[in-house]
Ligand binder design. Structure first.
Ligand code: C2E
Ligand code: CA
Ligand code: CA
Length: 458
């Protein structure tokens, strides 16, 4: 008998742990969605409204940095207490992320009822927290979504409330806003991806894949870092879909910085593990380069991680090269002095002038995949074009990489035209970081590709 009750207690404890946040004791995301569904169902039955409220502590990172994580945790606990003290017993407050809480209030008649609750929560935070005698001021940003006005589904309401909360954040925080009708209706995939990227940046969900590049004779010469987004609904999202959204929203700057740091960190980790890590290239958006502090950010990442700067390469598009040449040249020289390499991506699709390229410390051109695709065609002159790019590049002292090499004939044609390096599915697709050490140890292209010995080419 006793054994059974003990087991039951243990079971209850485990269930409790799985549904609650250990720090604050509040329900976690798992339980939150459940409670949300219940609140919405109950509102529907009784013809009432319910509110989903997202709130995020403003500048929490600063609190953590100033007072340390332990004190940050105490702050979170106190905020949780204060929120709880102002809510009714059948309302829910959950910790839904690092410094983010979600409140569900049911049994409402109008949106004003919800804003009154939020005003009360705002005032609960007005008195400074007392963490080991330090008075710490906290404020928070709130976004409110109403059922059924702004949506019928728990997840959709939550997203809308989250988006509204970020609008408050962007305009300085310490305030609340109600989801507006037009926003809730235009919560399109783009919005969803933007939100998700913000979250991924904070909580993980971004991942880097690496694709090898090989010399014409098959030796490994480098890796290209390619970003991936792991989305619970869309699965693995490719950068062609989310980079434009990140550029439009300005998120590309923190995302790009994350990529830079993660690549440096990974490279150093591999090196410490005894691997002979080749250079790794990152893709940098023109928007990153337009920031005056871009080269400083790279320097800082190099310093912080201890990566050898000459194992880092930056790929930029022709559009970047054509913009704001003086500023660009200054930043590139600064980094080139450090040892960082540069290459021009998607070469042939833009309108960069060779004169410009020649003034910049660029070492490589990457011929765009579209040329490689058509290289096997008898007519149309693609082959001649590729040959011309190669000879021009070589006469300027630049190396050439062919991207998107998928078939053996393409590789053979490229090698016979003295293309320096190749990258593409023929050799290897982009792979997760865990698969890369084996590839580095192998050190040359897999045997499916038998390179033509270089001396027979001429
Ligand atoms: P990209 O720089 O031209 O990267 C090469 C793209 O071609 C990659 O797509 C790669 O998976 C794909 N690819 C490689 N070999 C082959 C092949 O043999 N055949 C075909 N059909 N495709 C091949 P991915 O990873 O989807 O990246 C797409 C673009 O997104 C990249 O084009 C790059 O412009 C951008 N991107 C990726 N990561 C980042 C990043 O961290 N920052 C920025 N700003 N842009 C990024
Ligand atoms: Ca690239
Ligand atoms: Ca490219």
């Amino acid at each position: 008998m006793q054994d059974v009750t003990e087991r039951q207690l243990l079971h209850q404890k485990l269930v409790q742990q799985a549904h609650h946040d250990t720090l604050t004791g509040l329900p976690n995301r798992l339980l939150l969605l459940d409670r949300m569904e219940q609140a919405l169902a109950s509102a529907a039955r009784r013809g009432k409204k319910a509110a989903v409220i997202c709130l995020d502590i403003d500048r929490f990172k600063q609190i953590n940095d100033t007072y340390g994580h332990a004190m940050g945790d105490v702050c979170l606990k106190q905020v949780a207490e204060r929120l709880k003290s102002r809510l009714r017993a059948d309302d829910t407050v959950a910790r839904s992320g690092g410094e983010e809480f979600t409140v569900i209030v049911g049994d409402l008649v109008s949106a004003e009822d919800a804003t009154r609750v939020v005003e009360d929560l705002l005032s609960a935070l007005r008195k400074p927290l007392a963490v080991e005698e330090y008075p710490i001021d906290v404020t928070a940003s709130f976004g409110i979504a109403m059922y059924p006005d702004h949506g019928l589904e728990a997840a959709a309401l939550w997203k809308s409330a989250d988006a509204a909360m970020y609008r408050v954040k962007r305009s300085g925080g310490n305030d609340y806003v109600l989801v507006s009708q037009e926003i809730s209706q235009s919560t399109t995939e783009a919005n969803e991806l933007e939100l998700f990227m913000r979250r991924a940046l904070k909580e993980g969900g971004l991942e880097i894949f690496y694709q090898p590049e090989y010399w014409a004779d098959g030796r490994l010469c480098g890796l290209e870092a390619l970003l991936r987004l792991q989305h619970p609904k869309f699965g693995v999202v490719h950068p062609d879909r989310f980079i434009p959204i990140a550029e439009e929203s300005g998120l590309i700057v923190p995302v790009g910085n994350w990529v830079l740091r993660e690549v440096c960190r990974q490279s150093v980790e591999w090196r410490r593990g005894g691997l002979n890590v080749p250079r790794i290239a990152i893709n940098v958006s023109p928007l990153q380069f337009m920031r005056v502090d871009f080269s400083r950010q790279v320097r800082q990442a190099v310093l912080d991680t201890g990566i050898a700067p000459n194992t880092l390469e930056i790929e930029m598009t022709e559009t970047t090269v054509m913009r704001n040449l003086d500023e660009l040249a200054r930043q590139m020289r600064d980094l080139a002095d450090l040892g960082v390499h540069f290459s021009v991506d998607d070469f042939g699709t833009g309108y960069s002038s060779l004169q410009h390229l020649h003034q910049l410390p660029i070492e490589r051109l990457k011929i765009d995949r579209s040329f490689i695709e058509r290289i096997g065609e008898e007519f149309g002159g693609t082959r001649a074009l590729v040959r011309a790019i190669l000879s021009l590049a070589h006469s300027l002292g630049l190396q050439v990489v062919a991207e998107g090499v998928e078939r053996e004939e393409q590789a053979e044609a490229l090698v016979s035209m003295r293309c320096d390096m190749m990258q593409g599915y023929l050799f290897a697709p982009p792979r997760a970081a865990q698969d890369i050490p084996a590839l580095i140890r192998l050190g040359h292209a897999p045997m499916s590709w038998r390179p033509i010995p270089v001396r027979t080419v001429f």
